[in-house]
Design a binder for this molecule. Structure first.
Ligand code: 8GT
Ligand code: MN
Ligand code: MN
Length: 373
């Protein structure tokens, strides 16, 4: 997953949401309490959709997903303009180091704590201690500033076109969809998530076809894919880049790219391209930014359940899964199955569209743009 989440637009409770999101990151990355992290995230998500400024914790508590503890914190924020708990976290050097380290692609909460305990807390420290990093983490360090930047939708469309042309040059029969935040209509995305299927590959086939490897090879040869983070039979995680424009290709290779100032989680929407200093002709040229790309191959009979899962948001998926359980079904990235009285899931129900999944679960259909929970 990409580590920066899409910011919200108009939100009269933005300051409170920002605090809740920071608390969620602290629970996930420092305390490694995923449950608490999700509680904060859910509360922030609910509050971000509330059309008016809340005037008390009690009022916030009437919203489904905000409990007593969070209501108390909202009261404190409303009366003092800040939250003592967060000030304490911000004052803790080790917490700050861990939170920074987890912003590097490939460094999870456990690795971050280990590195911080060894005194490795900055990007420079990471560069000086490369031998302590695995391959993914090294690439995360190499492209740290690039991966911090969100991808504007216009670039997502370009990346999609190039990726699909490579995919279809391997075999025109491939069915590919860009999922994730792009499919949900986001103005900018953290990465490009491609779901892939082929009409002749289904879950009855015991052997997985080598499609991912062929496609990645084609993309590497074309210079579109520049690094691989992990490459398996059903999943590729890597790095891609737009081809350089003609003028850029002609400019000095060694010119340093100036990273944009560090942004807070929800600060700005557009993925600012990295700006090169003016060239001899006096014009500032934009250097293409390296982007994270995920490709996932699924058997064709699991394509639509996979589409639902890979489109997210992950919060929406959680809600939908718990609704499924209420309705006596179990839903995951592979299938939707009825759960019998004994609690044992039955056979996967065949589906040929996302709509059918919603129908089966007796859940009103939500277009991808309505799944931004
Ligand atoms: P983004 O714009 O920040 O990339 O937002 P996104 O596109 O919604 O998030 P993503 O992290 O790229 O994940 C897209 C979808 O992929 C999620 O909705 C989720 O269902 C699914 N997903 C994976 N792997 C993982 C994973 O390791 N972590 C998470 N959180 N989601 C994952 O396929
Ligand atoms: Mn992703
Ligand atoms: Mn994504």
């Amino acid at each position: 997953m990409s580590k920066r989440k899409a910011p919200q637009g108009d939100n009269p409770n933005k300051d409170i949401c920002d605090i809740l999101i920071e608390l969620a990151a602290n629970e996930r990355n420092v305390n490694r309490n995923i449950h608490k992290s999700n509680v904060y995230r859910k509360a922030a998500s609910i509050l971000s959709k509330h059309p008016t400024r809340v005037t008390s914790g009690a009022e916030a508590k009437t919203l489904n997903g905000i409990g007593t503890q969070i209501a108390k914190k909202i009261n404190e924020i409303l009366s003092t303009g800040k939250l003592a708990k967060l000030d304490k976290i911000r004052a803790s050097e080790s917490s700050q180091a861990i939170i920074f380290l987890t912003e590097v692609s490939g460094i999870g909460p456990a690795a971050a704590r280990k590195l911080a305990d060894e005194g490795i807390t900055t990007l420079d420290d990471l560069k000086k201690n490369e031998e302590k990093l695995n391959h993914h983490q090294k690439i995360g360090v190499k492209h740290f500033f690039d991966f911090q930047q969100r991808i504007p939708r216009s670039e997502m469309v370009q990346l999609q076109d190039i990726a699909f042309s490579h995919i279809h040059s391997v075999d025109p029969q491939f069915i590919a969809t860009v999922c994730g935040s792009f499919r949900r209509g986001a103005v900018s995305s953290g990465d490009i998530d491609i779901l892939l299927g082929h009409p002749t590959y289904s879950s009855v086939d015991t052997k997985k076809p080598p499609y991912i490897k062929s496609i990645v090879k084609t993309m590497e040869e074309a210079g579109f894919v520049t690094d691989s983070l992990s490459l398996g039979e059903s999943k590729f995680m890597g790095v891609c880049v737009l081809p350089p424009t003609k003028t850029e290709a002609a400019t000095d290779e060694g010119a340093a790219c100036v990273p944009p100032p560090t942004k807070t989680e929800a600060a700005t929407d557009e993925g600012a391209a990295c700006v090169l200093p003016p060239t001899k002709t006096g014009e500032a040229k934009e250097k293409p930014v390296h982007r994270r790309i995920d490709i996932r191959l699924v058997p064709i009979d699991q394509y639509f359940v996979g589409l639902l899962y890979f489109t997210g948001s992950d919060m929406f998926n959680k809600t939908m899964r718990s609704h499924a359980l209420d309705q006596g079904f179990t839903l995951n990235e592979y299938s939707v199955r009825p759960v019998g009285d004994t609690g044992v899931p039955g056979e996967a129900i065949p589906v040929t569209s996302e709509e059918e999944v919603f129908d089966i679960l007796n859940y009103p259909f939500k277009k991808p743009e309505e799944r931004n929970l």
